[in-house]
Design a binder for this molecule. Structure first.
Ligand SMILES: Nc1ncnc2c1ncn2[C@@H]1O[C@H](COP(=O)(O)OP(=O)(O)O)[C@@H](O)[C@H]1O
Ligand SMILES: [Mg+2]
Length: 288
């Protein structure tokens, strides 16, 4: 099922002309907001601000009016049925999809206005865990982890690289798996290794797209707890897309419910559990 979703994603991204907007004609802007993207102790700092976001594919209006503010260090869970546009929303956040309307600011900068270079800089600060958490099959876990350090962060100091690999593997509970091949890992371990590869560059924002899909309940729970502990350890700001209520309960500071192109309700997990809205209630119906 994961594979199918991944293919769907790949297929989608090649069948629309909106995926890769041409940003060539945007002039270089002075980076006035750069400072705001540095780690600060201001926990009220708005990291992601989405207002009236719209996105359609042909005649299909997928995002109609999305509004969301995420503050530094917060874990926001987006709950919604399949095909609601949850993945589309996060693809807009990283500039992979161009919205049709509204505003979308990350670290105070309008994502649509960024040129290629600025977009690349932004993406270094955003960890994106896809549904499949893809690892390179021909590389060991260690090589998979070293890859973003040498290619993205351009680190050269092997001692620093070794330190980061060791630290992140311990963090995700895979200290003994450094020299294993991905094919030797279980599904849950692969997910952990994928998460480690994303976290090793210390992203300020993490976007998790269905992090527990395809995993058994026990492993799902472990991954959810890992997401929570990574938030505490790295002080990351996260959006977690899921329809796994246990994952939502464990990881969320705040939950938003998406339906028909809008976020219809938001609150804490416990707060939403008491909602009178029928749709919201339907998400919680199997929870005791
Ligand atoms: N690149 C794309 N081109 C055309 N349609 C797309 C594209 N991406 C997503 N869609 C459509 O948008 C809708 C929402 O998709 P998605 O965000 O993947 O849903 P969710 O993640 O909530 O399950 C679906 O109908 C999907 O087919
Ligand atoms: Mg999706």
């Amino acid at each position: 099922m994961e594979e199918k979703d991944q293919k769907q994603q790949t297929k989608n991204s090649t069948t629309t002309s909106a995926v890769k907007p041409d940003k060539g004609h945007h002039p270089e802007k002075p980076s006035a907001n750069r400072q705001s993207s540095e780690k600060s102790s201001d926990t009220n700092e708005v990291v992601i601000e989405i207002k009236h976001l719209k996105k359609s594919f042909g005649s299909k209006d997928v995002l109609k009016d999305i509004n969301l503010t995420v503050r530094r260090g917060e874990n926001v869970v987006v709950l919604g049925k399949s095909g609601q546009g949850k993945s589309v929303t996060i693809q807009c956040i990283v500039g992979m999809l161009m919205p049709d309307g509204g505003t979308l600011k990350v670290f105070g900068e309008e994502v649509c206005d960024l040129n290629e270079k600025e977009l690349k800089e932004l993406r270094i600060k955003i960890g994106f865990l896809f549904q499949s958490g893809a690892l390179y099959d021909s590389m060991t876990v260690r090589e998979n982890l070293e890859f973003p350090l040498t290619r993205v962060l351009k680190l050269k100091d092997q001692a620093e690289i070794d330190k980061r690999v060791k630290e992140v593997l311990e963090g995700v509970g895979l200290a003994d798996a450094a020299d294993k091949m991905p094919s030797d890992l279980s599904g849950g371990m692969r997910k952990r290794a994928g998460l480690a590869r994303t976290l090793i560059v210390h992203p300020e924002i993490m976007l998790y797209d269905e992090p527990t899909t395809g995993l058994d309940p026990i492993t799902s729970r472990e991954i959810s707890e890992l997401i929570l502990s990574m938030q505490k350890k790295y002080k990351t700001t996260s959006i977690i897309i899921t329809h796994d209520m246990e994952c939502a309960r464990i990881t969320s500071d705040r939950v938003v419910i998406m339906n028909d192109g809008e976020y219809i309700e938001e609150g804490t997990f416990d707060g939403l559990q008491k909602s009178k809205n029928e749709l919201v209630k339907s998400f919680f119906k199997d929870i005791s």
